[in-house]
Write a protein that binds this ligand. Structure first.
Ligand SMILES: [Zn+2]
Length: 350
């Protein structure tokens, strides 16, 4: 099973901090338009690609959500020597910022480095302390006058890291959640006979609190919902068996719950049955910290939606070197397509 790594690379590498999704949105619109009956963008910036159901006399709607934004930063201050201070957009682990290259999106894109105090000049006490995001600054290697020619307070900043293949894995910044954007686009390409009307929704501002999905679900008012997002794969040295959440290369993950959603038991069962029938390798996922668009999809329509999520096991989540397994990605595409095509074959009354 091969995936289109070239397309995944393009989708992962493009910038799109929360609230600054313009570039990734334009790419998504370009990629989905040939495969949808209608493509629209709402006032918040969510892209909604509709594919009509083929057996849908009651006009049922299924919303599939994948967030386009990635964790990033916003410039808050330019000091007298041209160094930038910033605030985080999304949850960063401060220790992962050390010595990273970032891209500051001003009048033009500038490469910056995340600077901090060298260990040589740290006190013993400082050496033993975990860094905070406020310990860092961005060094553009330019004096203030030159920085101000291109950069203003309020400009967004994203991580700079290209996609590479490592064994059967892909490694890049923003695997969370561009891998799901990729999966949703690939699924639209493959989808021949969706049961109900599919609202493929590429949401904004998930990383700052599911803001886009809330608005989109309110507008779509779905009967069914499936969110797509990465989840923790803590299958690494030092992890206890009960801490793993998921494992890389062990298949797509069917979400049972995360900290913001208990998935509908019927959707969980339907996904398991569909995966088993289609010989799609899957693993269960329970994430006790962190939420996804599933929350908005499930609860923001007028009567709520029968909702669940397909998760992509990801190592090193919210760092610059997020990693997923190509086979898990392929299985996730297949499970999504099968679910959308067979949604009317399940008895949802029980
Ligand atoms: Zn995510």
């Amino acid at each position: 099973m091969e995936i289109n790594v070239k397309s995944l690379k393009q989708i992962c590498e493009i910038a799109g901090a929360p609230g600054f999704e313009k570039r990734v949105r334009e790419l998504v619109i370009e990629l989905v338009t040939p495969h949808a009956d209608e493509v629209k963008t709402d006032n918040l910036g969510n892209v909604i690609a509709v594919k009509k159901g083929t057996r849908n006399p009651d006009g049922k709607r299924v919303m599939v959500a994948a967030h386009m934004d990635e964790i990033g930063f916003i410039v808050t201050h330019i000091d007298d020597n041209g160094f930038l201070r910033f605030h985080t957009l999304g949850g960063f682990d401060p220790k992962t910022l050390t010595a990273q290259r970032v891209i500051v999106h001003g009048k033009k894109d500038l490469i910056g480095v995340m600077g901090s105090k060298p260990i040589h000049v740290m006190s013993q006490e400082e050496r033993n302390k975990l860094p905070k995001t406020t310990d860092f600054f961005i060094d553009l290697g330019m004096p203030k006058e030159e920085v101000e020619r291109y950069i203003s307070i309020g400009d967004s900043v994203t991580r700079d890291r290209e996609l590479i293949e490592m064994g059967d894995c892909v490694n890049c910044k923003s695997i969370d959640n561009r891998v799901a954007v990729f999966i949703l686009i690939e699924a639209l390409k493959k989808l021949e006979n969706p049961a109900y009307d599919v609202y493929a929704t590429f949401t904004v501002q998930e990383e700052v609190g599911i803001r886009g999905a809330n608005v989109a679900a309110h507008g779509i008012n779905p009967d069914f919902g499936i969110a797509l997002d990465t989840t923790i794969a803590f299958d690494v040295p030092g992890a206890q068996a009960h801490e793993k959440v998921t494992e890389l290369g062990k298949g797509t993950a069917i979400k049972i719950m995360d900290a913001m959603t208990i998935c509908d038991y019927r959707m969980v069962e339907f996904m398991k049955q569909t995966a088993n029938k289609e010989k799609i390798t899957w693993q269960p996922e329970i994430l006790t910290a962190g939420g996804t668009d599933t929350a908005g999809v499930q609860r923001m329509g007028k009567q709520g939606a029968i909702a669940g999520a397909i998760s992509i096991p990801t190592r090193h989540l919210h760092q610059v070197i997020e990693m997923a397994h190509k086979q898990d990605i392929a299985y996730s595409i297949d499970l999504l397509v099968a679910c959308l095509e067979q949604l009317d074959s399940y008895d949802w009354k029980h």
